[in-house]
Ligand binder design. Structure first.
Ligand code: SF4
Ligand code: SF4
Length: 328
């Protein structure tokens, strides 16, 4: 049993890590994932953010400035913008331009739901992103309309296809400087199929039917939190899904868990170990209060213990899951 595992917690995941003597601590920070808010044009059933069109939580310009000022003092190479639909916050373009103006260049990723690129008022965003060489990681839970529309809403598949064609026309997925990756997540309470097989299916089907190309497919397991947990409860599947995740625990995934090399920031600047912990309000704390990014000394992150909970079994089931897809 490793001393690095937090044994004060009674969560089953921590016990599992202890059983395998697998410590879970931060390593060098490679990614700053910024969740800019909960505003989104969609309301998908699997959403772990409970995002939607009526949400008011968005990162203000003042908070953006504080995040960028902190980042400028670090050598974190990658910034991953997520939400909601990150493009919908009023200062999205300002945020991207400030990131690009940093003296030390950073790789910028936009996690895009595709449909936003066709909404009124956002028609120039695809071009904006392409011009600035922003990597796009786009949700596309299936290559067939039935599954996508069931999970994300009527008409979402058709809009996603149009948006992918638009991105291809700008060079995304074709020009190596414009990576376009797709994200698959299961349309229910089951684990993703093998990533390489699904990627081959996606590539074949999207090319054949819609002349669409993309780089990589990332399979992501649905974590039993927020809207997906409510959906599971409503369908009486929460206990079975938790049992499935626990049974599929794969110790080989622990080494690659994204919480090791990522820190996650909320729309108010709060700091977390990952976006899922963010949704569970597991904010970093010190002296009885929650911490904000600008209060963190970057040199103290490495070796910090990661807070876990039963939801973490979603990241270690089968081939594992992260914002970059399967882990093993
Ligand atoms: S899953 Fe993504 S696109 Fe769907 S509601 Fe949540 S944030 Fe929006
Ligand atoms: S939910 Fe996943 S990424 Fe987040 S702390 Fe748990 S294992 Fe790490």
């Amino acid at each position: 049993m490793s001393a690095a595992v937090n044994l004060t917690t009674d969560n089953r995941f921590a016990r599992k890590l202890a059983e395998y003597a697998l410590p879970l601590r931060h390593t060098r920070t490679e990614v700053l994932q910024v969740n800019v808010g909960k505003l989104c044009n969609l309301t998908c059933i699997h959403c772990h953010v409970n995002a939607g069109p009526k949400r008011k939580e968005v990162m203000t310009r003042e908070t953006i400035d504080r995040v960028i000022d902190w980042l400028a003092k670090t050598d974190i190479p990658k910034v991953d913008l997520t939400g909601g639909a990150p493009e919908m916050i009023p200062d999205f373009k300002y945020l991207v331009e400030r990131l690009r103006a940093l003296t030390r260049p950073r790789h910028i990723i936009d996690r895009c739901n595709l449909t936003i690129l066709l909404e009124p008022g956002y028609e120039d965003y695809a071009f904006f992103l392409a011009q600035r060489k922003i990597e796009i990681i786009a949700s596309m839970p299936c290559y067939s309309p039935e599954n996508v529309n069931a999970q994300r809403g009527e008409g979402v598949f058709e809009a996603s296809i149009k948006a992918l064609q638009l991105l291809n026309s700008l060079g995304y997925g074709i020009n190596p400087a414009l990576p376009l990756h797709l994200v698959y997540n299961p349309n229910g309470a089951f684990l993703p199929a093998p990533q390489a097989e699904l990627e081959a299916d996606y590539k074949r089907e999207l090319k054949q039917h819609f002349d669409i190309v993309f780089n990589d497919l990332y399979t992501i397991t649905n974590l039993p939190i927020a809207r997906f947990a409510s959906w599971l409860k409503h369908n009486n599947q929460l206990a079975d899904y938790m049992a499935l995740l626990q049974k599929a625990f794969n110790p080989a995934t622990v080494e690659g868990l994204m919480c090791r090399n990522t820190i996650s920031v909320g729309w108010r600047g709060e700091v977390f170990d990952c976006d899922f912990n963010q949704m569970l309000k597991m904010q970093w704390r010190s002296e009885g209060r929650g911490l904000y990014l600008w209060e963190i000394d970057p040199s103290t992150i490495e070796d910090r213990v990661i807070q876990t909970g039963d939801h973490c079994f979603g990241c270690t089931a089968g081939t594992g899951s992260s914002c970059g897809g399967a882990l093993v």
